[in-house]
Ligand binder design. Sequence first.
Ligand code: IPM
Ligand code: MN
Length: 354
Amino acid sequence: MTRSHNLAILGGDGIGPEVVAEGLKVLDRLEDLEGFTTERVDYDLGGRRYLDTGEVLADETLDELRGSDAIYLGAVGTPDVPPGVIEKGLLLKLRFAFDQYVNHRPVKLYPGVTSPIAGLTPERCDFVVVRENTESVYAGAGGTLYRGTPAEVATQESINTRHGVERILRYAFELAASRDGKLTLCHKTNVLTNAGDLWMRTFTEVGESDFPQVERDYVHVDAACLYFVTSPERFDVVVTENLFGDIITDLGAALQGGLGLAASGNLDPTRRAPSMFEPVHGSAPDIVGQGKADPIAAIMSLGQLLAFLGEDGAAARVERAIAAELTEHGGARPDGSRSTTADVGDRIAELVGD
Ligand code: IPM
Ligand code: MN
């Protein structure tokens, strides 16, 4: 019987629909090559839709999305909507509602790509950041008192549970074990002595009891920023809490040649709910509709989606095609002149056939 997958497609705002269109072009070709099919349902969600209708994400839509096998997301957010409305009401809501507790973000420099770090070579930059995706300051604990008065108080607490910390550490240990690599915990245990203690104790306990073969290392998050730039080769899998993970993965994206090349998967490894795959970049309203957006991060995210659904052959094709495209045209990213968004998508849709 033909394998079939139900995909929810959320192009979203800004360049989101443009890069997703290129991903779907590649997907069409992969279905022919690998003999599987997809049922795709398009969802009109994001800042534009909120401005038109006042609605961010209806409960019925959330229920419908729950029935899909995976979600493919472009980008959400528009400058006309106040900060937080779409981010919290849509993106974070989906991550939390579907308990996508892993944010899996590779940091890989491909041959042909020039990193802004002078002299950085692909051999020295190939690691994965595993970002906890449901807790920390993102959990929404805290509040404001006496707003607008001289006595105003604002708190924004970092929530860390043993359950949440242990499950993300287990995912990261398993990933490190599968790569025959080491696992680096990134935190700030010298100042965040409560949360840091929970993370460090759990890291040591889980590592000693269940993953003795995985070498363990630790870096403070400030030092991690330095080492990402000066010696990325010291990392293989890095596991960290939500906010630190948000920040260091933008730095990781810079290492690998920019946000246009940074992919991510928001995963529920238990598979009780759909996982969601999205480029790390945002909606980039300044370049919308100009064919300047690099679709590669979105196509890489599609590769992660396919691997997660068990389409390993298709995922491997995506990986090879992106490597070939970057080797050939690494210096000609669609940053204004030589290749448009659609050119890159067309070429990768060809290359997946090799
Ligand atoms: C990311 C983004 C989001 C985050 C924003 C848009 C809420 O920066 O996916 O890294 O902070 O997680
Ligand atoms: Mn971010």
